[in-house]
Design a protein. Sequence first.
Length: 396
Amino acid sequence: MATSQYFAPTHVYFGRGAEEEVGEVLKKDGAKKVFLHFGGGSVVRSGLLSRVEKSLSSCGLSYVECGGVQPNPRLSLVRKGLDLYRKEGCDFILAVGGGSAIDSAKAIAYGAAYNGDVWDFYSGNAKPSSIAPLAVVLTLSATGSEMSDSSVITNDEVTPNDKVGCNSDLGRPRFAFMNPALTCSVSAFQTGSGSADIMMHTLERFFHSGECFEFTDENAVTLLKSVWKNTLKALKNPDDYDARAAIMWAGSVSHNGFTAAGNSTGGDWSCHKMEHEVSALYDVAHGAGLTAIWGSWARHVAHVDYGRFAYLGKSLFGIKCSSEVEACEKTIEAFEDVFKSFGMPIGLHGLGLNLSDSDIDKLAAKTSWNGQRTLGDFMVLEHEDMKAIFAEANRK
């Protein structure tokens, strides 16, 4: 076991009716005027937003609404939200929605405690030193932002768009209100996409260089198996509360650091960073973008440690072969079958993309910052590696 750190300070309220506790909890924490941040659509139609507002009002808390968050949340809305937060004298931010609403709320919370440009934290020009109080009511099991240190924002003020993450323990929400029943109305596509993202958060951490920790490896296998099994249940019966609960909790655990504890690094993350560039340019669903890339990445890097793939294949799928090379390929194929069973693509064509050689060149150049950065930990990717992976993903 390697020396490591694990920090998960979010106070979770989990189960049916969890969102009804929002007002009381925020009031006890000192909130007076709450900035409500959300997308729109489903949280309004379902009555969830009204229930949250009623919970706040019944505890004597005032609130200001700021809707309009889109998938791949935009910097332009972050700036508008930040202006409104300051103008209205708010003192607490509450995101109601999935990862996009939460990530956008995190950016506003960073900006509310900063005198400079909030994009500084995403461009790498500054690191957060404080943050406005933040809580979330989760409606989609996917990104794990409700407990993670991560926020990803798309800068729509530049061409082409930049999609960049900011990681800081300050960004871990104080409170997460998690009612699995709120996810029962999520579409089949978004359910599959979200579950794929959850699995990828664990896979990114599983493939790393250096020492491994058996306890963490076995927990990773258990989490992957649970998400696989329960996603199929939820797709068959969208109102299966227990399946939705298992997926929701896995989403939080998969991205709060637990599935990397005891390993010598935090994981690889190449697929995530490559997908960020795909979704920045083509505005695709994040989970679907990840599955479109993963198989091509896996085959490109597998030679580094065929045994790592074989271990996962044996533990998760029961794959037994005479050689680790064969077991590795069967493991990759098995994951692609899982993703397909979720309704997810295993290549860029499945995203509706058919990129030209010039498109591939531009995508690889953007991802590698014109050859100025490398990606990965399991295998360090150079510009040509990224280009080869994108090209392979573009063949299917």
